[in-house]
Design a protein around this ligand. Structure first.
Ligand code: AFP
Length: 291
């Protein structure tokens, strides 16, 4: 590798590390926002979902702090229509508060992020790192980078490593399927019915928590193609890609129903995609049924 390529690779690595540390350091303020900004904002996000005041506050906090990092060129978020730009090399795409409809019942929610080498909308193959935070009984963070998945406990925004090699258990135990039986296609319903008898249901309404169940116990999470909505519900760039990168780095598989989600690119910044994530055998099985 030439010297300048070496330098740019190490600068990118440094920026990725700064992004991860900045997101960790912002989590105490996001937790505070979750408690303080519980009401509706009277606005909708670019995908048409109602925005809570906490969604907007979390988005504002991450935008300000991430764009302050020298190497970050753009900030894209589920909560804003356009990509915010400044000078830099890398690009961050986020769901600042995933599962915010869990705020009212005081259930789990989180933050999802991806760091890309190209400006979004872009393919999952351009991810350099991704991760999520869970604001549960404790605050934890899972980060995938350089083919390795690590889990941290966050204390006052500082990371404490608890697992330096998160790997999907070989024997799957849990499943979580979004959308509802009445909305599923016949193909998905048939394979879901089989899996229902093999695994234990875990579905919490926040992808962060449901994916962490799969990483912990093995299994499958899906928000599939729906009869009335072939594109499913979840956002390709903000939720699909980062989670696909984590699950694949942990030894599992991702699919949009036909191929790895990472091989795909959203048509537009806020496009949605059906998604299937988890142990490879289960994803192979679902893919061969729905495709
Ligand atoms: P909210 O952020 O609007 O609560 O949506 C959460 C989410 O995008 C994802 O985290 C969940 O897996 C999924 O939607 C839950 O959708 P359902 O409410 O349709 O089950």
């Amino acid at each position: 590798m030439s010297k300048s390529l070496n330098t740019s690779a190490s600068e990118s690595e440094q920026t990725v590390a700064q992004v991860i540390d900045t997101i960790a350091a912002t989590t105490p303020d996001v937790r505070h926002a979750v408690a303080e900004y519980r009401g509706q904002s009277n606005s909708v996000n670019p995908s048409g979902d109602d925005q809570l005041a906490a969604d907007l506050r979390a988005d504002e906090l991450f935008e300000q702090r991430l764009l302050d990092i020298d190497g970050v060129a753009t900030y894209a978020s589920e909560e804003r229509a356009d990509v915010e730009t400044t000078d830099g090399r890398l690009h961050v795409a986020m769901d600042p508060l995933d599962g915010s409809s869990n705020l009212e019942p005081n259930s789990g929610m989180g933050t999802i992020f991806g760091v890309y080498s190209e400006r979004p909308p872009t393919a999952g193959t351009n991810l350099l790192a991704s991760g999520f935070v869970i604001y549960g009984p404790i605050t934890s963070m899972v980060v995938a980078r350089n083919d390795q998945v690590r889990e941290y406990i966050l204390e006052d925004g500082d990371k404490r490593l608890v697992d330096d090699d998160v790997t999907l258990p070989e024997e799957p135990t849990v499943f979580g399927f979004g959308g509802g039986v009445d909305s599923w296609t016949d193909d998905f319903e048939s394979v879901a019915e089989e899996i229902r008898y093999e695994l234990k249901l875990r579905y919490g309404g926040a992808m962060v928590a449901d994916i962490n169940q799969v990483l912990t116990y093995g299994g499958v999470f899906s928000y599939p193609e729906l009869q009335s909505r072939p594109e499913g519900k979840l956002r390709h760039q903000f939720e699909g890609h980062p989670m696909a990168y984590i699950v694949e780095s942990a030894g599992g598989r991702s699919s949009d129903g036909a191929q790895s989600l990472l091989e795909t690119a959203p048509d537009e910044l806020h496009s949605r995609t059906p998604l299937y994530l988890g142990n490879a055998d289960l994803i192979d099985r679902i893919e061969s049924t729905v495709n």
